[in-house]
Design a protein around this ligand. Structure first.
Ligand code: CA
Length: 228
């Protein structure tokens, strides 16, 4: 059974999520503040974390930052409508997704399923994509740049492998959201822009940020097809 950790101080929300996810067959743990969240994370090694932004003792952004120091565990942030700036910061810190309160439990469960499907690699073909100095192994989920391993979050990895598998093809943000298993429509384009920005940063050495992923104005993004 996959373990999911909920870090949230509002008992009512914890209970709702816990009951729903238990029915879906997950093992559910919870913590009521940021410090407890980190402690439970370290002790229990959950497969996914649902992390509220506003938490006593240590806020959600700080918790995400600490977790990302040594773990790629998928993180879904819970935010209020008014916390847009924090949401972007959270994605920049490496959160994989976010849900704005109030949200549907059914949608939360669907996102969790999509993340697990991706991180298990069920939807990717087993192959090695080589472009320029970059190697993407969709089986082992390893990315290497001039022989050095690059650490990507699951979402960054999915975006990169989709684009690198189709060099030269322009993807709209909507395409990319679909490819990584999100629900387009109510989802903002910003989530893609933020993930691409993170990806470019990680792939920027040594030649510069736009070497691999180009911006296609008015459309979206494209993995370059003219690398030697
Ligand atoms: Ca809260």
């Amino acid at each position: 059974m996959q373990k999911i950790l909920i870090v949230e101080d509002e008992g009512r929300i914890v209970r709702l999520i816990r009951d729903y996810l238990k029915k879906e067959g997950y093992d559910v743990l919870d913590a009521r503040d940021g410090e407890e969240g980190l402690a439970v994370f370290q002790r229990q090694d959950p497969a996914l974390i649902i992390l509220d932004l506003m938490l006593p003792r240590l806020d959600g952004l700080e918790v995400a930052k600490q977790i990302r120091k040594d773990s790629d565990v998928p993180i879904i942030m819970l935010t209020a409508k008014t916390e847009e700036a924090d949401r972007v910061t959270g994605l920049e810190l490496g959160a994989d997704d976010y849900m704005t309160k109030p949200f549907s439990l059914r949608e939360l469960a669907a996102r969790i399923k999509a993340i697990f499907r991706r991180t298990r690699g069920d939807v990717t073909k087993s192959e090695v994509i080589s472009q320029g100095d970059l190697t993407v192994n969709t089986k082992t989920h390893q990315v290497k740049l001039t022989g050095e391993e690059v650490d990507l979050t699951p979402t960054e990895f999915d975006l990169l492998s989709v684009m690198a598998s189709n060099p030269g093809r322009a993807f709209t943000r909507h395409n990319l959201l679909e490819e990584i298993g999100h629900f387009p429509g109510e989802r903002v384009k910003r989530i893609i822009d933020t993930h691409i920005k993170n990806l470019r940063k990680k792939l920027s050495r040594p030649e510069g940020a736009e070497k691999y992923i180009e911006t296609v104005h008015g459309v979206g993004y494209r993995f370059r097809d003219d690398l030697q």
